[in-house]
Design a binder for this molecule. Structure first.
Ligand code: NAP
Length: 296
């Protein structure tokens, strides 16, 4: 949205293709407390709605839909959006990242039957009310989800594969100080129970230090173990690292001239709303300069 705002103000008539989750993962968080300019914090969905309105005010066009295929072999580049072709002289890829899954069959089969990847979206559901809940992960997302879920669950078990949290100090301290959150250290979920019942009744855990197994009763499993960049459609065309993050060269430019990148799909280090917005701004400025130099 920041890239669209800057590109629109530079009269480049940007078209924003929203993808499956308009506004991105930020729309699924609760209060964003670290985006500058909002001393009281701002709801993630509200922040993204405001960014879209700001970009539209200067002429950015918004099109809902996902890009199914790209042709970056010649300019104007081709994008297939829900079966229709869109052509553009330049592209800024800001496709973000999606939730990482544990990779268990039982996790997959019990998704939406107690297994979820978004406490904000699902935490208030009746099936989680006054029930013990499990959050898996040790980062900021896991701490945030666990704290949010204390509003609904009877208690929240924070299952982490190590004995220290990866989360920022402020988030880790808040989570561990919450009397409704119990950390379960050095443990991984090996199975979500119970497939026969067709709903979540607990998790089977393995302590990675002692190899002992145990069962923890719960009605919900909230998986918050990081993200995977949404870059699959650019595989083999754009330079990426082994985890699929696009590798920018010189600012936000990629290895294909005219294609630029911004945000979490190219950033596994900072991954903040404000750094993504900053990179969106940089990408739009890079596009403007690229077009100006080409047309000289
Ligand atoms: P993250 O920082 O990458 O943390 C992922 C966590 O999941 C780590 O603790 C990791 O364990 C664990 N994990 C990864 N794969 C696993 C697996 N297969 N099984 C079990 N555990 C696994 O991801 P995140 O928490 O989603 O945060 C992403 C970014 O967004 C960060 O930069 C974060 O600061 C930011 N964020 C900020 C806020 C905020 O400030 N309010 C809120 C949410 C997110 P290890 O620690 O052992 O690697």
């Amino acid at each position: 949205m920041t890239a669209a705002l800057y590109a629109a103000r530079a009269n480049l008539r940007p078209l924003v293709i929203t993808g499956r989750q308009p506004g991105g993962l930020l729309t699924t968080t609760t209060v964003v407390e670290n985006y500058p300019g909002f001393p009281e914090g701002i709801d993630g969905h509200e922040l993204m709605t405001r960014m879209q309105k700001q970009a539209e005010r200067f002429g950015a066009r918004i099109r809902s839909g996902s890009v199914e295929a790209v042709d970056l072999s010649s300019q104007p580049f081709g994008l297939t959006v829900e079966g229709e072709e869109v052509r553009s002289e330049t592209i800024i890829i800001a496709t973000g990242a999606s939730h990482r899954h544990l990779g268990l069959k039982s996790e997959h089969l019990l998704e939406n039957k107690g297994v979820t990847y978004c406490a904000t979206c699902d935490g208030a559901l009746p099936l989680f009310r006054n029930q013990p809940l499990v959050v898996v992960g040790g980062g900021d997302s896991a701490c945030e989800e666990a704290m949010y879920l204390t509003r609904f669950g009877s208690m929240v078990h924070l299952v982490h594969r190590r004995d220290t949290l990866r989360a920022s100090i402020i988030m880790a301290e808040r989570a561990l100080a919450n009397p409704k959150i119990t950390p379960v250290w050095d443990s991984v979920v090996t199975e979500v129970l119970d497939l026969k019942a067709g709903k979540v009744t607990g998790v089977r855990l393995k302590n990675v230090k002692t190899n002992t197994e145990s069962v923890l009763d719960c009605s919900g499993v909230f998986v918050a173990i990081g993200h995977i960049p949404n870059t699959q459609i650019f595989k083999g065309v754009l330079d990426m690292d082994e985890n699929g993050y696009i590798i920018p060269k010189r600012g936000t430019a990629t290895n294909v001239p005219g294609v630029f990148v911004a945000g979490d799909c190219a950033d596994h280090v900072y991954r903040q709303a404000v750094t993504a917005a900053g990179l969106g701004c940089a990408a739009a400025i890079d596009v403007e300069r690229y077009l100006a130099a080409r047309n000289e």
